[in-house]
Design a protein. Sequence first.
Length: 221
Amino acid sequence: MSVSRHPPRWASPALVLLSCLTLPLRGEAVEPAQPSPGSVDSSPFARLAGEDDELVEVDLKPSVLRALSRAASGKSKDDGRALANLSSVRAVIVGLDPARVDAASKQIDATAAELRAKGWEEMARIREKGTRIRVFLLGDHERVAGLTVLMLERQSATEDGGTAKTQLVFANLTGPFDLADLGKLSGRLDIPGLDTALSGAGRDGAGTRKNGQPDGGGRAP
């Protein structure tokens, strides 16, 4: 998967580089898709981007993750091991115009309902300061088959007075992996919302805000 259209102004260089790493090299064999119970389709979220919306798509397959694991092991064996345990990392990040925010919120609700029906546990629902994050896990904390993060976050208006957009983030990581190990990788993977989601999931439990009060739902900020 590649960077689609123009990368968002809030997309970090590391994230853009990760997306570029997923482009197949000339002559490189394309890896056959390996179905995983923890895998979630990202395409409904990518389709929410309008023609002029900012969009980044990332799809890290096992060969790329193995290469990243070897590189990380030189600095941290723990990071290298955690990366080696990941089977795939998919992310879709969209800068939504206001007209598309309601559709994105409905897609998050639909995906959440589908995941629960398939036996995923909703670990956390975070709602504060214009940010809504929902975190789903398949498996137990020591052997996670899949982790999915769904986020809507209201962005500040641009310096030139442009319309403030809402950032939509879909992230799906498949294992099996240990959730404690994954927490160490949130900064290295550089996916918006992942660090907040993992810290919130570990601290709050399902169905609570970060401040411990009940969450009123998954509607848009």
